[in-house]
Design a protein around this ligand. Sequence first.
Ligand code: B16
Ligand code: MG
Length: 222
Amino acid sequence: MEIKAFIFDLDGVLTDTAEYHYQAWKRLAGRLGMKFDRKENERLKGVSRMQSLEIILELNKRQDEFSEEEKARLADEKNEEYVRLIQKVSPDDVLGGVMPFLREARENGMKLAVASASKNARTVLGGLNIAWIFDYIADAARIKNTKPDPEVFLNCAKHLGVPPGSCIGFEDAQAGIEAIHAAGMFAVGIHVDVTGDAPDLILSSTEELDYRTVMDAAVRKK
Ligand code: B16
Ligand code: MG
């Protein structure tokens, strides 16, 4: 099947807000006297805010200590810090290699979408000033099930009017790679800490994004 669309994760693929998520969680964990490091943070990538909190509580064996209301407050506290950190996001924060790749994809008639699990996706895309280049943006507001569920990628394909088998998904998270595959799409992993289902093409950073390499790899797989 011909490739007609590229669907991008946001945090960690178009920009490094994954780092800001980490800093905001680390601060909350520190305040609560909980351990949380970068390795453990890998499990939070692509999963929702509340699921992220549950993972941190479970890591510290403190999952039974807080009521639902308290957990909602803790998640709000993390989000306030994250929102403070993303205020400084600017067009300079688009990761290297991303803009030329998006432009070349556009010039070749590719449809482009963003598939993010974040409720803050629009703010981040606004700061980066790149929303205009995408035909469609799916964020947490439009989705019920977060990655590894394929919903966000399938939602993008549907709105782009492209069959899933004609889409390529780009992700930095293991949960995201699983979501792309469950959607029936070719998966490009960028700087993924692979702990399960492997991407079809692995790149070590966005600097390695190259239109021909990606298309050739996807066509070879078919
Ligand atoms: P928020 P992505 C995801 O975005 C992040 O990878 C994940 O770490 C975060 O918990 C999730 O968004 C929810 O974000 O708290 O802003 O709603 O990678 O799918 O673009
Ligand atoms: Mg991500």
